[in-house]
Design a protein around this ligand. Structure first.
Ligand SMILES: Nc1ncnc2c1ncn2[C@@H]1O[C@H](COP(=O)(O)OP(=O)(O)OP(=O)(O)O)[C@@H](O)[C@H]1O
Ligand SMILES: [Mg+2]
Length: 557
């Protein structure tokens, strides 16, 4: 696994990292001085009965501790700021990348899975990329300080102290794969639960309508039990490794006391030195353990890194054509020639040598049985999928010559359930046309009838809507979507079964509105009820992957 892509995020914060490391080094140096002071207190102060020196040494101990706390506080502040910056930069970049991915990607990946990766996994990576650097520096410094002083105090005892180190390293190394496996299992279980919650809570009404409350509860309970088992396994592995290494540390300390005690009893070592030595040993062992813990953190971060890498590796949709042409704000010819398409998951051609030319300003009704490929055709027109063969021309230029942002913006699709977001009505109207001034948004809203129902809302345009536009009826949300389309100066407008949830009068009202404000635009009306579409210029059927022209009068006979 490669941690290389993290480098730019860390490099950007290089000076902050250096500052934090310098502070950490200073704090470690101060901490390393304490046991030596206690040796001086015992040997030179107590045993030599030098009271003045004793006082000076004690004051020094307190002063050093106070400095250590002050430096520690500053260090923590800088560190939190630094790690926050790294975390947010990684998360924002991965999020931005996800937003470039094609619809296919989102069909295959549950939202909960994406949420867990963006949340838990990115945090794990960040923690590793910043914490590990600091822990490494801190641990190594403390270890070197402690080992250096220990060696100076007693080389023999130092050798005894290092005795079990190879065994500790071996155990950590052996535990590497089980740690990685159990971490991955826990992450996947958590993702499954997040996904379950996002899906069922997002469709709470459907669950209630189906009387599936108990069913879903049991499903959650099963997922929870699965998670618990995996967490227990992960904890047991972690605990086992920790307990074994800490047992070895205790044995080391006991050995040092036996060998050192023998030397003290025989007068070749002072008590102060033995006390200070064991204090340094405790510190050294502590930093050695945290350094070895880094190895486990590395395994865990590796698991998260792989999960985030998968997102980063997903191929973005094409957005730029060769010439980066912008689709015009007026109607133009739409020409589809010999278009064939099948989804990667299947061999079956949804569209098969399809030909269709739509003159500028036409109101075209497109019908066909469910699954015929109507929505797929529109996805291809808007560059959300790539044809297997054939050509699509808009206004005389191949789709590949266009900046697809402009194509998607200028060919808006009105769907049964338009996508609104949490926010005010005005923000929702502006969505996608962020630079359009408020007055212009409101004059568009007057044309589309949004103004009428906004007048009845408690705070008018400033009324806050719930998730997905909750608080407005389907018809009202559609009028908001029509307003957005109008502000976007469309090249063509698509209604993909937009009126299927409305009653006959509302359908007529919607068509009157659309025909009135988009008189000169091309309108493609996809419907299962072609007879209900008034004032159509042309009616075509999509059948067996091709277009069949139907006379307007007898199309539905
Ligand atoms: N992601 C996909 N992977 C595989 N097959 C798909 C995918 N999306 C759609 N299909 C298949 O492609 C065919 C066309 O689907 P499409 O959604 O375009 O139909 P449609 O004409 O819009 O139907 P409806 O009127 O029900 O909306 C269907 O047979 C469908 O099963
Ligand atoms: Mg469809």
């Amino acid at each position: 696994m490669s941690f290389r892509w993290l480098w730019p995020y860390v490099r950007r914060q290089w000076s902050a990292i250096l500052a934090v490391m310098a502070l950490a080094a200073l704090t470690s140096a101060l901490a390393a001085a304490q046991p030596y002071l206690s040796k001086l207190i015992i040997d030179d102060g107590l045993i030599d009965r030098h009271f003045k020196l004793l006082i000076v040494l004690c004051v020094t101990v307190v002063a050093l501790a106070a400095c250590g706390f002050a430096l520690g506080a500053l260090n923590r502040l800088w560190y939190v700021r630094l790690s926050g910056k790294v975390l947010f930069a990684i998360r924002e970049d991965v999020y931005a990348h996800i937003l470039t991915l094609p619809p296919r990607f989102f069909r295959l990946r549950p939202v909960g899975d994406l949420v867990t990766r963006l949340d838990g996994d990115v945090a794990e990576i960040q923690r590793f990329s910043t914490d590990s650097v600091l822990a490494l520096v801190n641990g190594v410094l403390l270890l070197v300080f402690s080992a250096g002083i220990m060696l100076a105090m007693s080389p023999v005892l130092t050798l005894v102290a290092l005795g079990t180190l190879p065994l500790q390293l071996l155990v950590r190394h052996r535990a590497r794969q089980p740690v990685a496996d159990s971490t991955l299992e826990v992450r996947e279980s958590r993702a499954a639960i997040t996904d379950f919650l996002v899906e069922t809570l997002g469709a709470a009404k459907a669950v209630q309508s189906s009387g599936a409350e108990q069913f879903e509860r049991e499903r959650l309970s099963r997922l929870n039990r699965g998670l618990l088992q995996r967490v227990i396994r992960q904890q047991l592995i972690g605990y086992g490794v920790g307990a074994f290494t800490s047992m070895l540390s205790h044995m080391t300390t006991a050995m040092v006391f036996i060998v050192g005690g023998w030397a003290v009893i025989h007068g070749s070592l002072t008590i102060g030195t033995l006390v200070a030595f064991t204090a340094y040993l405790a510190r050294g062992t502590g930093s050695a353990t945290s350094l070895m813990g880094l190895y486990t953190a590395y395994q865990r971060a590796g698991v998260s890194l792989k999960r985030v890498q998968e997102l980063r590796a997903a191929q973005p949709m094409r957005t730029r054509g060769r010439e980066v042409r912008v689709l015009p704000a007026h109607a133009g010819v739409i020409c589809v020639q010999h278009l064939s398409f099948h989804y990667p998951e299947s061999e079956h051609n949804v569209l098969d040598d399809l030909n269709l030319e739509i003159a500028a300003g036409t109101k075209l009704v497109l019908f066909g049985e469910s699954g015929a490929g109507k929505s797929t055709l529109i996805d291809l027109l808007r560059g959300f999928a790539e044809p297997v063969s054939g050509r699509i021309e808009l206004d005389g230029h191949g789709l590949e010559d266009y900046d697809l942002h402009s194509v998607r913006g200028r060919i808006p699709v009105l769907e049964t359930d338009p996508a609104l977001f949490r926010g005010t009505v005005l923000e929702n109207l502006q969505y996608g046309n962020f630079e359009v001034p408020g007055e212009q948004v409101i004059s568009a809203a007057k044309l589309t009838g949004v103004d009428q129902f906004v007048a009845t809302l408690p705070n008018g345009y400033a009324t806050v809507l719930g998730a997905r536009g909750a608080g407005l009826s389907t018809g009202q949300r559609q009028r908001v979507a029509v307003s957005r389309a109008l502000l976007g100066a469309p090249f063509a407008l698509v209604l993909d079964e937009a009126t299927s949830n409305l009653d006959a009068a509302a359908v007529r009202g919607m068509h009157e509105l659309i025909d009135r404000i988009f008189t000169h635009q091309t309108r493609i009306v996809i419907t299962h009820a072609p007879q209900a579409v008034p004032r159509a210029d042309r009616v075509v059927e999509l059948c067996a992957g091709r277009i069949i022209e139907r006379p307007r009068a007898c199309a539905y006979g």
